[in-house]
Ligand binder design. Structure first.
Ligand code: DAS
Length: 360
């Protein structure tokens, strides 16, 4: 009986190897690429009461098979398969979701019969998930995160064309080695710089000042630049064996702010704290003692800025050497949090962490 079982197993293995070789040969011969769509929810999977409902709809109601079925043109540009990883509005995306998603992405990209991945996602935290994956995906194959600003039921919904463009890009050799990308509104942005700049309009995703990477025009991605910062296979981060990520929070600064938020976050167990300072990461006098005290307790402090663009310069608005703080460089607070979280899985050394902020 065991002989029969092992013979069956061997036959199955041969079948799988043959399928992979055939898929690889197809792609190599210029045939359609194999792209897997991992669906997580969001507005792209949303539905509204009427065709003119573009706010106040329900996100994360349409499944991945329906998303794929709604865009038959996908079949002309790739062999598409779909998996429903989550079905959530992205304001509820959490570290646990990211670890599950990263593991699935890396497992799929390790397969020779997968050429690229598209992740459908809510737009509220798309820039965070994209940057997290930019630091932990261990493949040069394209990973494209895509969302929509109008639900699938709306007139001129942007989801279908965004999904089509994302699959085009994920199957393109030109996107190999570019890091994790966000493709929306016919534009290609890098995970590190892209951010949501408008609460409701379809052109909301931009990389202010440092610029997008390219466009999707006439069914093809066109790249004009690449990120100078390390990503994917060139990073030192590995989450494959992690069940949790260190607790890192953000404290926002504004006129008349006091130490309450910083003290509360430290008391709640933050191992890292990003201070979203005013201007060039300035520390209000009422907050500075609380941050220093947090540092003395071993909490790593990153000085970022609520401004959103520009460099937070070391030893500029505060003596970071003396305070033993790290500066965020050009990362906005929500992305600085992600890098600090991953940094803390490797080291507590502020010198090493500062190097990471100048590297990724
Ligand atoms: N709530 C938003 C989200 O899921 C809807 C969207 O814009 O995708 O991110």
């Amino acid at each position: 009986m065991s002989y029969l079982k092992s013979a069956r197993a061997l036959l199955a293995l041969f079948g799988l190897v043959a399928a992979m070789a055939a898929a690889q040969a197809q792609t190599a011969a210029g045939k359609l690429p194999n792209v897997t769509i991992l669906a997580t929810g969001g507005t792209i999977a949303g539905s509204g009461a009427t065709t003119t409902t573009t706010v106040g709809y329900t996100a994360a109601t349409v499944g991945v098979d329906a998303l794929i079925k709604a865009v038959p043109e996908l079949q002309k540009v790739a062999h598409v398969s779909g998996e429903q990883v989550f079905q959530i509005a992205s304001e509820n995306m959490g570290n646990d979701n990211w670890l599950v998603l990263a593991r699935r992405v890396n497992a799929l990209l390790a397969r020779p019969d997968v050429d690229g991945i598209v992740i459908t996602h809510g737009t509220d935290t798309i820039e965070e998930t994209a940057y997290f994956l930019n630091l932990v995906v261990k493949s040069r194959k394209p990973v494209v995160v895509v969302g929509a600003m109008r639900p699938s039921t709306a007139i001129s919904a942007d989801g279908p064309i965004n999904l089509y463009n994302a699959v085009l890009t994920a199957g393109s050799q030109d996107a190999v080695g570019k890091g994790v990308l966000v493709v929306m509104n016919d534009q290609i942005n890098a995970a590190r710089e892209v951010t949501k700049t408008n609460t409701t309009t379809t052109d909301t995703f931009k990389s202010p000042e440092l610029g997008m990477l390219g466009y999707i025009v006439d069914n093809k991605p066109h790249f004009y630049r690449a990120s100078t910062r390390k990503h994917t296979v060139d990073t030192e981060f590995d989450v494959s064996k992690l069940d949790t990520l260190p607790q890192v929070d953000i404290a926002y600064a504004y006129a008349n702010v006091g130490p309450a938020a910083v003290n509360a976050l430290v008391a709640a167990g933050a191992r890292g704290l990003v201070h979203a300072g005013v201007g060039d990461g300035s520390l209000p006098a009422k907050v500075r003692p609380a941050l220093s005290s947090a540092r003395e307790k071993g909490v790593v402090i990153v000085r970022a800025s609520r401004v959103g663009q520009g460099i937070v310069a070391r030893n500029g608005e505060a003596n970071d050497d003396q305070l033993d703080f790290v500066v965020a460089d050009t990362l906005n607070p929500q992305k600085a949090r992600i890098l600090l979280m991953l940094a803390l899985t490797r080291t507590g050394s502020t010198k090493e962490i500062q190097r990471m902020f100048y590297t990724y």
